[in-house]
Design a protein around this ligand. Structure first.
Ligand code: AMP
Ligand code: GLY
Length: 427
């Protein structure tokens, strides 16, 4: 099969790595890709927001399957436009991608189909949002409705913080994403990410992970796209997975079909595991980045075969094999990330790590310049390891980092701390 993969981050490098292990693959293209992916695929400079250009490329190269990494092309309806031309694509339609594209849409779906989540209100003006906040009290959560690259959420511990967040949204801090605001009950518990692959009817669990969103050690500092992750999340016990499937995922699949927007692609549930069980924080309609990297490290099955089955609506015939071992990834970021990224510093020493067993260094934001590898984004490398325990995977990842010659790069030194503490107290 000839496959076109869309995206350029560590998530797509991990997907490319698993796809190239498939005997079903004859040729992999990636648009736009990165230097890590370039070792596995032919890079194509396509403007993916130009759907006609993507269609023309697929026709010219006789592409059998398109796989989309990030959310923006899905929310923009790339899947619909390709399907209208009979091009097979893995990813939800524009209507189904509203699960990520509009927080209000998802909250309304939860309300209608009895999916556990925090109480909420949707507002298109500041006075009404503020009145609701005053009535509910703090702590409370204020969210821009639309896609805001992970920045549109304020978890307000005080009333003032919440009221200011409403003003920021309506004053355009998140552009058009903030034209509507969702105000949501504060949920207390432990967070986990849970992933399913879906074909419109069947949802198959891909496992759980825990992300570290804050930039600094001890979960301090500003929010980022994710500074590291590990899988599985210990809080997602078999019983919790079963409840999540029954109480959240299956009603979502049924609900989406009922409203005429059956969901196919990757459904990524951001969960809060509360004392009353799993509650939905948000849905994303794609793999998490860097969660994908740890899921792919553990996947034994043929990714291309699974995605093919999803595109053909045959997931009910598929079962998945996973390594027993946990995986952990540490993000190495460029100085200044996430606010004021400084690009261009030189990275070396990666070649020596290529054959280390159970370790993969995925490229997230790198570029080739004058024959050297340089930092070219906020999150730059994902140093990923699989081992018998999270503690051992953590040790292996940090040992690898010490071998990478990139003095300007920084990283958190405590990725996996919750699971490491759990392992310590269990032994
Ligand atoms: P989101 O972009 O919706 O994932 O939100 C970013 C982060 O804000 C989440 O990972 C949570 O840590 C936090 N958050 C979002 N909604 C809530 C909520 N209702 N209660 C508590 N924390 C929340
Ligand atoms: N790591 C969080 C995300 O991909 O949304």
């Amino acid at each position: 099969m000839k496959v076109l993969l869309i995206g350029s981050g560590g998530r797509e490098h991990a997907l490319a790595w698993k796809l190239t292990a498939s005997p079903l693959l004859s040729k992999l293209y990636c648009a736009p890709g990165n230097p890590g992916i370039a070792e596995l695929a032919e890079l194509v400079s396509l403007d993916v927001s130009d759907h006609q250009a993507v269609i023309a490329f697929c026709k010219e190269k006789v592409i059998d399957l398109v796989i989309v990494g990030p959310e923006a092309p899905l929310v923009a309806g790339l899947a619909d436009d390709l399907r209208a031309q009979n091009i097979r694509i893995f990813g939800p339609s524009k209507a189904a991608a509203q699960l990520e594209g509009s927080k209000g849409f998802t909250k309304d779906l939860c309300a209608r189909f009895d999916i556990p989540t925090g109480a909420y209100g949707r507002f298109n003006n500041a006075p009404k949002a503020k009145a609701y906040i005053r009535q509910q009290g703090a702590p409370i959560v204020v969210k821009a409705d639309g896609l805001a690259a992970g920045k549109g959420v304020v978890v307000a511990m005080t009333l003032d913080e919440a009221l200011n967040a409403v003003d920021a949204c309506f004053e355009g801090a998140f552009g058009s994403a903030g034209a509507e605001v969702v105000v949501e009950e504060f949920l207390d518990g432990e967070e986990a990410s849970f992933f399913c692959i879906c074909d419109g009817k069947t949802a198959l669990p891909l496992g759980s992970a825990q992300d570290h969103k804050r930039v600094g050690d001890g979960d301090t500092g500003v929010n980022t796209g994710g500074m590291g992750a590990y899988a599985p999340a210990p809080v997602m016990t078999a019983q919790m997975v079963e409840r999540t499937m029954r109480e959240l995922i299956e009603p979502t699949m049924c609900g989406m079909s009922e409203i005429g927007a059956p969901f196919s692609g990757v459904l990524f549930a951001g969960l809060m595991i509360t004392k009353d069980g799993p509650k939905l924080i948000e849905y994303n309609t794609r793999f998490g980045d860097p969660e994908c990297q740890v899921l792919m490290m553990r996947l034994e099955s043929d990714l291309l075969e699974i995605i093919n089955a999803a595109v053909d609506g045959r997931l009910d015939e598929v079962s998945l094999d996973w390594k027993d071992e946990p995986a952990l990834t540490v993000v190495m970021a460029a100085p200044g990330y996430p606010t004021d990224v400084k690009k261009g510093s030189v990275i070396s020493g990666l070649e020596a790590l290529e054959d280390v067993d159970g370790v993969k260094v995925f490229h997230a934001g790198t570029a080739q310049k004058d024959g050297q590898l340089v930092a070219n984004g906020g999150r730059v490398l994902n140093v990923t390891a699989v081992a018998r325990s999270v503690s051992q995977a953590q040790a292996k990842a940090y040992e690898t980092i010490r071998k990478i010659d990139w003095p300007e790069g920084f990283y958190r030194s405590d990725i996996g701390w919750r699971a490491v503490e759990r392992e310590k107290s269990a032994s």
